[in-house]
Ligand binder design. Structure first.
Ligand code: DC
Length: 239
């Protein structure tokens, strides 16, 4: 996605369900190519944190979207540490708690919230393709559920990262609970399967759309998955 000044800037869009590994893979690909990184899920998490702080009922569509439009959110694009700051509070870690993960879909399925956050995501992506951004205008890897289809359908590289239900559950259980025992798997089920069912009502991220390359990571290691994505990014910055 060249802009005249920086003809080599690239936008890499990666979508996928929970536990597909897309955040880790997107970060590593961004680091490898010196690109910025945007985790759009963090923005829906930040919005949820913000409206909860304000004691707004998450199902009150108008009150939630009005609050989100005023949210003073800064999302940094350094792939080594994407700080998420709301006002003067660093919420990078607090937005990862399992209590918030359980309710975030209620905010992420609010159409007016999506409209506002999609607008901000497009701005961040455009800024990263300019010389002043973290990557110095090289571009960005943006990941989420609707990046390849809605946020940046004209991205240079569009990837859907999938994995079997079993692989996704086990990964998320290890990540969040440090184990993939039967008990940890059962506790993680809601966060992965129920949430994906709810989220897929508003975005298509289980099936690759036209022009989107699907990579199934069920039987790939993290390194192999990063290599598969990097091969599609390729170009002069490839290794
Ligand atoms: O990827 P994640 O678990 O951090 O995402 C948090 C929530 O935001 C999840 O419920 C899906 C939703 N989401 C979305 O609807 N669209 C995106 N582009 C990214 C995330």
């Amino acid at each position: 996605m060249g802009n005249g000044k920086t003809p080599v800037s690239a936008v890499v869009a990666i979508d996928g369900p929970s536990g597909s590994g897309k955040s880790t893979v997107a970060r590593k690909v961004a680091e490898r190519f010196g690109l910025g990184y945007l985790d759009t899920g963090a923005m829906y998490r930040a919005a949820t944190w913000w409206v909860m702080q304000k004691n707004i009922t998450l199902t009150d569509r108008d009150a939630v979207s009005a609050a989100v439009r005023k949210m003073p959110l800064t999302v940094q694009t350094d792939p080594r540490r994407q700080n998420v700051i709301c006002g003067d509070t660093d919420i990078t870690d607090v937005i990862r708690t399992s209590g918030l993960s359980k309710v975030v879909s209620q905010v992420a399925t609010n159409p007016d919230v999506r409209k506002e956050l999609i607008r901000r995501q497009r701005e961040i992506i455009a800024r990263e393709c300019e010389p002043g951004g973290f990557s110095g205008g090289k571009g960005i890897v943006a990941e989420g559920r609707d990046i390849t289809t809605v946020v940046a359908p004209d991205a240079d590289v569009r990837i859907l990262l999938t994995a079997s239900r079993e692989a996704r559950l086990a990964r998320r259980a290890r990540e969040v609970r440090g184990s993939d025992s039967a008990q940890a798997l059962a506790a993680t089920r809601d966060e992965v399967l129920r949430r994906d069912r709810d989220d897929s009502a508003v975005s298509e991220f289980m099936t690759a759309q036209e022009g989107v390359t699907e990579i199934d990571s069920s039987n790939l290691t993290l390194e192999q998955t990063v290599d598969a994505v990097a091969a599609l990014v390729g170009g002069p910055r490839g290794e």
